[in-house]
Design a protein. Structure first.
Length: 97
């Protein structure tokens, strides 16, 4: 059924139900490509913080913020595209250790 052995933990129909039942987050995931988009409903303050490392706003399909995977930039992505709040959070966590 085109599912990766280590792909999504739920079948796609269940993902749809879980996604639609949420108000704040919308997950569009693919068990075929093992990729997807996380759309978020943000407050004005959160929107102002939703930047990439290069300072660009995260705009769906135009300049998305990319998440690090195991601390690494995913293949085919540029470091400037990384979602800045993730970097700031990990930096803050490191300073607490």
């Amino acid at each position: 059924e085109n599912h990766h052995n280590t792909g999504l933990p739920h079948a796609q129909p269940l993902n749809v139900v879980l996604t639609v039942s949420q108000c704040r987050f919308l997950l569009n995931a693919s068990s075929v490509t093992r990729s997807g988009f996380l759309n978020m409903q943000l407050t004005k303050t959160e929107w102002d913080l939703a930047k990439r490392v290069d300072g660009e706003s995260c705009v769906f399909a135009r300049s998305p913020g990319i998440l690090l995977r195991n601390g690494q930039v995913p293949d085919g992505k540029a470091e400037k595209q990384i979602f800045k709040p993730q970097v700031d959070f990990e930096r803050e966590l490191g300073s607490l250790a």
